[in-house]
Design a protein around this ligand. Structure first.
Ligand SMILES: [Zn+2]
Length: 100
């Protein structure tokens, strides 16, 4: 997996400072607008807009994704919830789970 340092942004759900992204499934591509990521602190599904600012993804939009991507997101969210929240002061990464 390849880490990409990103302009620092805050998770709109929990305020966690996100400054990097790591692709899943060995995807080394840099995140681009429309990609969906997960906040590693709270597990919120986030999407980069055209200015590479993170926005929350509504549940109905997640339901429209393909089954494999939905399973990947749900599994990662479950893992994040079981692990518990990171402290807000920790450095964060968003994890890219779906390419636009
Ligand atoms: Zn968050």
């Amino acid at each position: 997996m390849t880490d990409h340092w990103m302009p620092s942004d805050l998770c709109p759900e929990c305020g966690y400072a996100v400054d990097a992204a790591t692709g899943v499934d060995g995807d080394a591509a840099r995140p681009k607008p429309g990609d969906i990521s997960l906040c590693l602190r709270c597990g919120a599904a986030l999407e980069w807009d055209t200015s590479m600012v993170m926005r929350s993804v509504p549940e109905e939009a997640l339901r429209e994704l393909d089954a494999k991507t939905r399973r990947l997101i749900e599994g990662a969210k479950r893992h994040i919830k079981q692990r518990g929240l990171f402290p807000v002061s920790a450095k964060g990464q968003a994890r890219v789970v779906k390419k636009a």
